[in-house]
Design a protein around this ligand. Structure first.
Ligand code: ZN
Length: 425
């Protein structure tokens, strides 16, 4: 190595160090911008019916400064979100109170969500919930139906609900009309898309509880449900799902325990499998059940009394929350779960209709204990009637069970491909 090369080396080294310093600087400033200065991204927006009004929930990547207030002529609720991005209208947003929703852009990067009211309503609560159990930040807004007089008493700035007094409306602004600045494309998600879906299948009955007994061949329901559970497990595993059974032998498991098993496995979907029986031996057809609204609400109250709340919402530590926030977390989780359960039930009925006879009003609602996991979408499948000779005979055949399993698996595919469901993964 010559003397010239040696000195040159020193200069290169200095340059390298300098580059390294700049790279480090860039990295940290990017980090700082991302964490401190980046806008809040709204990832989802949902509207749920409440007995006396509506609940609007925004899912966000971080907290937001918000203000919520009422305007008249036409009656509307205005939700302003400071420095935030909503890249599309997440919901058609219609319910018993809300006639329609639009999004507008305000000064800077502030966004305005306007909900037109179909009847007088006031905003009773607006608050944020920090992330729980891997969920996003949530902004929750509750509306309650009222008289026109009560609505008029709550119009304007002075009644705005906000988490930041500096973000109160300075003047009553006319709502921005629908502008096409948002994209109608689904948002790009940075969550892993290939996460394996976990399904827990629950063969009904077992052990000392035989379930229904076939009228003609004396088939035990518990054996048919187990055979079907195993069949469906096989079909689903071939499609790449992770599938567990609550039981894979002839044992008795209490209903609550079945829910706990699903929660232990962190199931994305729970399906309890049964076969019906009726005094009328001509009764035939398959049916699908999800939890009824009323049963679910009562259940929420009862569970709240009886059990440890951390336990019922799947291990979320609610210890630091007030009772009110706990109740809201449970009810949010339940509303969401109920919607998802219904969605799966709809797909299931659709696929089953192609391959077997259904009962009228195939999707039914009932208070089955096994469907009461507030955090896991759950359906109960009644495959047919063991009290009917033909259906009992069908259900005894592996080929028939395979046909049902193929249809159920197709419904599960469609469910997880549903944009609303897929966006959760
Ligand atoms: Zn049963």
């Amino acid at each position: 190595m010559s003397k010239f090369d040696y000195s040159n080396f020193g200069w290169k080294n200095a340059l390298r160090r300098c580059k390294c310093f700049i790279a480090t600087l860039l990295f940290f400033s990017a980090f700082l911008v991302n964490t401190v200065f980046a806008s809040t991204i709204v990832q989802d927006m949902r509207i749920g019916n409440q007995p006396d009004g509506a609940r609007v929930v925004f899912d966000m990547n971080k907290s937001v400064n918000y203000r919520v207030f009422l305007l008249d002529s036409p009656r509307r609720v205005v939700i302003d979100l400071a420095d935030s991005d909503i890249d599309r209208l997440y919901t058609k947003a219609q319910n018993q109170v809300i006639a329609g929703t639009r999004i507008g852009k305000m000064q800077g990067n502030d966004k305005r969500v306007v909900m037109d009211l179909s009847r007088p309503a006031t905003v009773t609560k607006a608050f944020q919930i920090p992330p729980q159990e891997g969920k996003s930040w949530r902004l929750v807004i509750d509306m309650k139906m009222t008289s026109d007089g009560q609505f008029k008493n709550k119009i304007g700035n002075q009644y705005a609900l906000t988490n930041n007094k500096t973000f109160l409306p300075q003047e009553e602004v006319a709502p921005q009309e629908k502008r096409h600045w948002w994209s109608s494309e689904p948002e790009a998600t940075n969550k892993p898309v290939n996460r394996k879906r976990i399904i827990v299948l629950d063969p009904g009955h077992g052990g000392k509880d035989p379930g229904a007994i076939g009228a003609t061949y004396k088939t035990y329901e518990k054996n048919i449900t187990l055979a079907m559970g195993k069949e469906l497990q096989k079909v689903l595993r071939n499609k790449g799902y992770i599938v567990y059974l609550t039981r894979d032998t002839d044992i008795f498991i209490p209903l609550r325990q079945r829910i706990k098993i699903a929660q232990k496995y962190k199931a994305n979907l729970f399906m309890s499998i049964h076969a019906d029986s009726a005094a009328n031996r001509n009764a035939t057809g398959l049916s699908v059940y999800t939890l009824s609204d009323t049963a679910s609400d009562k259940e929420a109250a009862a569970l709240a009394e009886r059990e440890n709340k951390a336990d019922i919402i799947g291990g979320v530590d609610l210890g630091g929350n007030s009772k009110e926030v706990n109740d809201i977390l449970i009810s949010l989780s339940q509303t969401d779960t109920r919607n998802k359960s219904s969605k799966y039930a709809t797909y299931l009925v659709g696929e089953m209709a192609k391959c077997t006879k259904l009962v009228r009003n195939t999707h039914r609602f009932a208070g089955f204990a096994v469907l009461k996991a507030p955090d896991i979408p759950s359906v109960l499948l009644e495959m047919g009637y063991l009290s009917n000779r033909t259906e009992e005979s069908n259900l005894r055949q592996q080929s028939y069970r395979n046909k049902l399993a193929q249809a159920a698996a197709k419904a599960i595919d469609r469910y997880f491909q549903d944009p609303e469901i897929a966006s959760n993964f």
